[in-house]
Design a protein around this ligand. Structure first.
Ligand SMILES: *[C@@H]1O[C@H](CO)[C@@H](O)[C@H](O)[C@H]1NC(C)=O
Ligand SMILES: *[C@@H]1O[C@H](CO)[C@@H](O)[C@H](O)[C@H]1NC(C)=O
Ligand SMILES: *[C@@H]1O[C@H](CO)[C@@H](O)[C@H](O)[C@H]1NC(C)=O
Ligand SMILES: *[C@@H]1O[C@H](CO)[C@@H](O)[C@H](O)[C@H]1NC(C)=O
Ligand SMILES: *[C@@H]1O[C@H](CO)[C@@H](O)[C@H](O)[C@H]1NC(C)=O
Ligand SMILES: *[C@@H]1O[C@H](CO)[C@@H](O)[C@H](O)[C@H]1NC(C)=O
Ligand SMILES: *[C@@H]1O[C@H](CO)[C@@H](O)[C@H](O)[C@H]1NC(C)=O
Ligand SMILES: *[C@@H]1O[C@H](CO)[C@@H](O)[C@H](O)[C@H]1NC(C)=O
Ligand SMILES: *[C@@H]1O[C@H](CO)[C@@H](O)[C@H](O)[C@H]1NC(C)=O
Ligand SMILES: *[C@@H]1O[C@H](CO)[C@@H](O)[C@H](O)[C@H]1NC(C)=O
Length: 764
């Protein structure tokens, strides 16, 4: 598996086999937390202490070696010193070295360096943002707020990073742009104010890893897209080959962007990512956007959860993506109580092509074909499920109609048509994502319209040599107002969170499907036939795209409310979100076309203007999170791995975090427990004197009550508490997931929280 080029040079005097058996094959990266209060006096700084600790461990684990060799050995094994995310360092160690390090004075804990999963304009208007009022206006478009992104780098020349009309860089900013290959620091400006890259962990693990470019420059596109989505400047005449044409703008178009590149072509290691978060914290970012996560690890072994705990303590708002592994339950990552976890939704926009049949009927279908297509009429033929390439080759220069039936997927059909060098086609299918049509002149028509197309062809003797069925195709139409919208897309990962099921996740839905944003002009966006296609904007989908929308919104809220804590901002975003779509029905789940449960949707679809004035917030302090970790029955050592504190006060353990949402497990529908009680405290961030009354949307099978059901506030920032009781009405016939809502209402505000009651087992 992993070979060590540094080591093999260093120890070239040892026989090759010896080398393999001692260190080579099994060296791994570890992230090691140290106890800074245990640092012996002679050391003046933590960095030299960590290096010396590693040095002692290496000396004890190896045969005797010269000082010279030891120094270069350390420099090949020591990866990063961390200052903010944890007190500690990362190193590449053999199992034996790792064991010896554990006996070092001051050692607290270590975790393996896990790889993360990357979760790969019109959206501001869709979110209701307006220059003259609301969140854009009140925050001056997020002016002076700094949004940091850990991603694949940035393409500084993009129009989305022009700084026209921007004020000076905020004086609190301590970061900078670093010179790197093809990235002079002079490329930064008042919009793009930070650019750093981190790849030592990746290279320690795999010295031959391809970096793409050893530079903050984006060679993949993802980071350029997410950063321009969060805080890109306005760009007129943006489009994706004619689709989605218009002005593209980041959500917080006056906020600053700092890019920390830690995601590389050949790897995405936590050691690099938390080094990037460490730098972002010390540079002074206000908001961090993380479009990646690690599945199926406990909170105390999840480097992203650990690093974001430190960020939260320092007041940095952290937004993360839920993942793209939906629609099954428990597929979510970043189900971490101290971040906001973002699900992906659709917008009210479709990209279309039109098939005009010879008799004049126009059939509209989905398409994102980026090329040109002749506008004249061509013969049109029906080729069933298009699974026979030989037959397809016989119908060159005809419009081919295929049906998505019986197992031949649209992707297989596409492949067959490309292989047969077909000319253009119509796919009859229910698929809702037509992005696969980019490089081939296809439109996707639904089965009802498909019947019309088939009937037309049939009535014009398509089997005979004298067939007279003809049609033409046109592309590049963008339509708005499609209904219903928004919906939760099926790829978006679903809760409950495995790492902490007691906190309802995801938290919120934001636009994630077919998002147009900036792209490096030399990074492939698509193919046209076999030709590469490039564009300075690209349209892609994923919770990766939803996450920076919320980063932008958090930047607007920070711009308008400097004193709000990360939990207050999260609460404002959640309790003011929308649960109705543009048909005035509950937002749907694309997967089953039923009402989306909060395990898919979170509290709702984000509404930035309303978030500006939430009325009440559910705030959470650091000790509240510690109380939760204590109640999870983590060992003190495990809690220290997260908090970094030597002493974690577990005198008041509680699973009942002061969160703006509720989830109750009635295990297997079979527990003897028939009552679940929650305690919450809300803070009045509205005007002062006001009275809120509780309103409950029923949860099927349960009776939900609030005590008291009236909260009388006398002043701003006053805190009042209440209890929410969920009682089983009939244990016999419970649904797997039931949900309803609690809303606190005064004359001006609706403060809504989702309530989920599930018979799912808590851990399975
Ligand atoms: C890394 O590259 C070197 C030189 O090309 C080669 O000898 C070595 O086997 C490679 N190691 C791995 C792990 O691929
Ligand atoms: C990448 O560049 C940095 C300086 O910008 C340098 O220190 C490092 O050695 C380079 N890494 C590789 C693999 O070239
Ligand atoms: C497309 O087909 C329709 C119906 O046959 C016809 O009226 C129209 O002129 C055609 N368009 C072109 C550009 O040939
Ligand atoms: C679908 O395929 C299965 C076997 O592959 C076959 O038994 C069935 O008849 C097919 N159905 C249709 C509608 O073609
Ligand atoms: C398409 O959707 C309709 C309605 O949901 C369904 O009846 C039909 O079976 C679906 N067809 C295919 C090919 O999946
Ligand atoms: C064209 O033919 C289709 C299939 O027979 C039919 O449904 C449609 O109504 C026809 N259109 C016109 C304008 O006659
Ligand atoms: C923690 O341990 C206590 C005592 O054993 C138990 O009652 C409780 O259910 C446990 N909590 C969790 C979250 O497992
Ligand atoms: C978690 O606690 C267990 C039991 O004390 C311990 O073995 C493990 O190393 C701890 N892990 C971390 C990361 O603290
Ligand atoms: C860290 O070291 C201090 C001083 O030696 C000690 O009091 C404390 O318990 C240690 N903390 C941990 C988590 O080991
Ligand atoms: C509930 O428990 C009973 C008896 O223990 C068992 O027979 C039944 O299958 C359980 N039901 C569920 C939904 O787990």
């Amino acid at each position: 598996m992993i070979l060590h080029i540094h080591l093999s040079i260093l120890f070239s005097y040892i026989t090759f086999f010896h080398l393999i058996s001692i260190t080579l094959a099994q060296s791994e990266n570890y992230i090691i937390r140290m106890n800074l209060s245990a640092m012996p006096k002679p050391f003046t700084n933590h960095h030299t202490w960590y290096q010396s600790t590693l040095s002692s461990a290496l000396q004890n684990s190896q045969f005797t070696t010269t000082t010279n060799n030891l120094n270069s050995l350390i420099s090949s094994k020591f990866i990063y010193t961390y200052t903010h995310v944890i007190n500690g360092f990362s190193a590449n160690l053999s199992p034996k070295e790792h064991e010896l390090l554990k006996t070092s004075p001051g050692y607290i804990s270590s975790i393996p360096d896990l790889p993360v999963k990357l979760d790969t304009t019109y959206s501001p208007q869709f979110l209701g943002l307006n220059p003259n009022k609301g969140a854009w206006h009140d925050s001056n478009f997020g002016n002076d707020v700094i949004v940091g992104l850990i991603d694949t780098g940035v393409w500084p020349e993009s129009d989305s990073f022009k700084d026209h009309g921007m004020t000076e860089i905020p004086s609190k900013w301590k970061g900078q742009c670093e010179n790197s290959i093809h990235f002079k620091k002079s490329l930064c400006n008042k919009k793009l104010i930070g650019a750093k890259f981190f790849n030592k962990g990746l290279l320690a693990q795999n010295p031959n890893a391809s970096l793409g470019l050893n530079s903050t420059r984006d060679t993949e596109g993802h980071g350029t897209h997410t950063s321009s989505t969060a805080a890109g400047s306005r760009v007129d005449k943006a489009s994706f080959f004619g689709y989605a044409a218009g002005t593209a703008s980041g959500i917080a178009s006056n906020s600053r962007v700092a890019m920390y590149k830690a995601i590389w072509v050949d790897g995405r290691l936590s050691s690099d990512i938390i080094a990037a978060i460490d730098a972002a914290i010390s540079d002074g970012v206000d908001v961090l956007s993380l479009s990646f996560g690690i599945n199926d690890v406990s909170l105390y072994e999840d480097p992203v959860a650990i690093a974001t705990f430190a960020a939260m303590e320092k007041g940095v708002f952290v937004t993360t993506s839920a993942g793209n592994e939906g629609p099954a339950h428990r597929t979510i990552h970043n189900g971490t109580p101290w971040v906001i976890t973002v699900a992906a939704g659709t917008m009210n926009r479709d990209f279309q092509g039109t098939l005009t049949l010879g008799n004049g009927s126009k059939i509209v279908g989905l398409s994102l074909y980026i090329g040109k297509f002749p506008s004249n009429n061509f013969p049109i033929v029906f080729m069933g499920s298009c699974d026979n390439v030989r037959e397809l080759k016989k119908v060159k220069n005809k419009i081919v109609v295929c049906e998505d039936k019986n197992g031949t997927s649209v992707y297989d059909q596409l492949r067959n048509l490309v292989e047969a060098k077909s000319f253009g086609g119509v796919l009859i299918s229910n698929v809702s994502d037509a992005s696969f049509t980019q490089n081939f002149a296809f439109i996707v028509v639904n089965p009802i319209n498909g019947e019309i197309v088939k009937a037309y062809i049939k009535s014009h003797n398509y089997n005979s040599k004298k067939s007279s069925s003809i049609a033409n195709l046109s592309f590049k139409k963008t339509v708005f107002g499609t209904k219903p919208a928004p919906s939760v897309d099926s790829y978006s990962s679903r809760g409950p969170s495995k790492s902490c099921p007691f906190v309802l996740k995801p938290d919120i839905t934001a636009p994630g499907t077919s998002i147009l944003a900036a792209w490096p002009s030399n990074v492939l966006v698509s193919y046209l036939g076999t030709k590469e296609a490039f564009s300075s904007f690209n349209m892609i989908s994923g919770t990766s795209m939803a996450c920076p929308h919320v980063a932008g919104i958090a930047a607007l809220l920070k711009g308008a409310h400097r004193d709000w804590s990360p939990a207050a901002i999260r609460s404002a975003i959640m309790t003011t979100s929308d649960i109705f779509d543009n048909t005035k029905e509950h937002i749907k789940d694309i997967d089953d076309n039923k009402d989306a449960t909060p395990l898919a949707l979170g509290a709702g679809h984000v509404n930035p203007n309303r978030a500006l004035d939430p009325g009440l917030v559910y705030d959470v302090g650091v000790q509240d999170y510690v109380n939760l970790l204590c109640a999870l029955n983590f060992t003190q050592q495990n809690i220290t791995a997260i908090t970094g504190s030597s002493f974690n006060d577990c005198s008041k353990p509680s699973l009942d975090l002061n969160y703006p949402s509720f989830i109750a497990f009635f295990n297997g529908g079979n527990s003897s427990k028939t009552l679940h009680e929650f305690h919450r405290t809300v803070t009045n961030v509205g005007e002062g004197k006001t009275i809120y009354t509780a309103s409950i949307t029923p949860t099927k099978g349960f009776s939900v009550s609030v005590i008291p059901n009236k909260l009388v506030f006398h002043e701003k920032n006053e805190k009042l508490s209440f209890k929410l009781r969920i009682e089983v009405e009939r244990m016999a016939k419970l649904k797997k997931v039931s949900f309803g809502y609690l809303s606190w209402m005064d004359v001006k505000h609706v403060v809504r929280s989702p309530i989920v009651v599930t018979t799912m087992k808590m851990n399975s």
